[in-house]
Each structure stands twice: as C-alpha cells, then as structure tokens.
Design a protein around this ligand. Structure first.
Ligand code: T3D
Length: 264
C-alpha cells in the first residue's frame, strides 16, 4: 500500500454497502486513519436508507489483525500511556454495528485477531472462508478485551469457552469456529465471494424495517425481564404491522405470489 491509498473503501451497490479494510501488508490492522474511516463509514451506512445490508470485509489474506501494534508502540513511546482510542474509535464502531438498523454481515476472508475478531462477533452473520480463523490476541500483548468482545463472545460461545479463548489465546480455525458458534457458515475459499454476495443480496431485498425491529427486540430482551420484553415486542409488532412491507407481504401471501419488499 502507498501512503496515498485509502485504508478503507466504501461501496454501495444494489442496496448493499461494502466496507473493505485495505491495508493487506499489515493484515488490515487499525491505525488511526483506518479506525476513523471505518467508524465513519459505519455511521454513513446506518444513516443511508438506500443501504439495506452492510458487508464488512478485508483485502488480502486477513480480515483484520486488530490494533496496529506498530502505531500503538510509537504512541506509547511518545505519551507513555494508552491513548483514548477505545472510547474514540473502538466503542463507536461496535455500537454502530450492533445498533445498525439493517443486517450486517462479517465476511471473514482470513484471520480476524484482537479488535478484528471483536468486530466480526458484533455482526449479525459471520461467513468464514475455510482458510479464515479467529485469534483473541489481547492477553498475548497483556491487554484486556475491547470492541465489545467481553459482551459478544460469551453470548456466542458461553462463559467458560469465552474465558478460555480470552485467557489462553490461540488461532481458532474455521471448522472449530463453526462448531463453537463463531461462524454462521464456513465456505470453501473459492465459493466465499459468491456466498457473501448471495446472502447480502437476499438481505438487501428483504423487509428491512422488520429486520431492524427483530434486532432491536433481541438486543432489548437480552437485558430485560420477560414482562418488559413482551411489552417491547408489542411495540415493535405495532410498528412493523403498520409497514408497507407487511401489507405487501400479506397481500402477496393471499395472492400466492412472492412479495417485493421496499424496506419500510
Ligand atoms: O489502546 C489500544 O490500542 C488498545 C486497543 C487494542 C485493540 C486490539 O486489537 S489489541 C490486539 C492487537 N492484535 C494482535 O495482537 C495480533 C497481532 N498479530 C498476530 O498475532 C499475527 O499476526 C496473526 C495471528 C494475526 C497472524 O499471524 P501470521 O503468522 O499469519 O502473520 P504474521 O507474519 O504475524 O504477520 C504478517 C505481517 O503483518 C507482519 O509484518 P512483516 O513482518 O511481514 O513486515 C506483521 O508484523 C504484520 N502484523 C500482523 N498483525 C499486526 C501487524 N502489524 C501491525 N499490527 C498488527 N496487529
């Protein structure tokens, strides 16, 4: 990569926004420029009604190796303390992904380590290329976890496994990731791009408001009582019940036709 190349690219096509980390020489690790661009593209995708599905991926052989450790060390030497990057960059990233009012696919093309793994865990779907894997690298460099991994990982694999993976980091290959629940699907490397494209296209032509409401319902219910959750479900059912997509879908059902969803 030359200095002038953008570290992250953003492309919208057919209702799908694809955010690609583009620093393959350093395994798409996050320096400040990359973090700012990635965070800002997430916010742009969230705000754009024309975007109905978001794909996160990396270029080259890695999804992302997390924090750029060369920049990190340089900053430590300058300031002698950890920067504010967790609050300024990593926290907004994970909150933008988990609150995204449309489905998010982590297209994990290669190794995802540290904050790179955390980003994949925050997505709604994790499609892994066979050659991909995860490494919860934080303890390896004597750091705690960030970018939501302490919250997401235990929900995906359970507390004992999350503890093991965080305290004893190692590379979890794609077959084990699938067994553990860290992959929605594992596909051969040569079928990876097409599999991601098909899923993204399917989600981008789906009932976006219903997807957003389902995501909100799940997030709410994860930390509320049954009584509170059913009250919230009632609110979200009223919202989706009044949508154009719901009307179109029931009309299509009665007419024995396939519905066309507009997303609201
Ligand atoms: O304040 C704060 O900053 C806190 C924030 C923390 C967030 C975090 O994400 S902490 C975790 C940071 N990430 C890591 O500790 C992972 C470090 N990388 C690795 O452990 C390994 O690279 C991998 C397991 C990911 C892959 O291993 P492998 O053998 O396939 O590749 P490699 O040979 O180690 O790396 C290839 C190149 O990428 C190499 O450069 P070179 O020698 O060819 O010039 C390597 O230095 C570079 N690279 C890999 N990871 C990083 C990196 N350069 C900068 N930062 C990296 N994270």
């Amino acid at each position: 990569m030359t200095e002038t190349e953008a570290p992250v690219s953003y492309e919208v096509s057919g209702g799908v926004a694809t955010i690609t980390l583009s620093r393959p020489d350093v395994l798409n690790s996050f320096d400040v420029l990359t973090k700012v661009a990635f965070r800002d593209f997430l916010h742009a995708a969230a705000a754009d009604d024309a975007v109905r599905c978001v794909v996160l991926t990396g270029s080259g052989r890695s999804f992302s190796a997390g924090q750029d450790l060369k920049e990190h060390v340089a900053q430590m030497r300058e300031g002698g303390q950890l920067s504010s990057t967790v609050e300024e960059h990593y926290n907004p990233m994970v909150l933008a992904i988990t609150s995204m009012p449309k489905p998010v696919i982590a297209a994990v093309n290669g190794i995802a380590a540290g904050a790179g793994a955390s980003i994949a865990f925050a997505a709604d779907f994790r499609i892994l290329a066979e050659s991909a894997g995860y490494n919860l690298a934080f303890a390896g460099i004597a750091l705690s976890a960030d970018t939501g991994a302490s919250w997401t990982l235990q929900r995906l694999v359970g507390l004992p496994k999350a503890t093991e993976l965080l305290l004893l980091p190692r590379t979890v290959r794609s077959d084990e990731a699938l067994q553990l629940g860290l992959a929605t699907q594992v596909v051969p490397d040569d079928a990876f791009a097409e599999t991601v494209r098909e899923l993204a296209a399917r989600l981008a032509s789906g009932p976006t408001l219903a997807y957003a409401s389902l995501k909100r319902a799940l997030a709410f219910s994860a930390s509320h009582t049954l009584q509170e959750s059913v009250a919230n479900e009632a609110r979200l059912m009223a919202l989706t019940g009044a949508s154009d997509d719901h009307k179109a879908a029931v009309d299509a059902f009665l007419a024995k036709e396939k519905p066309t969803f507009v997303g609201h």
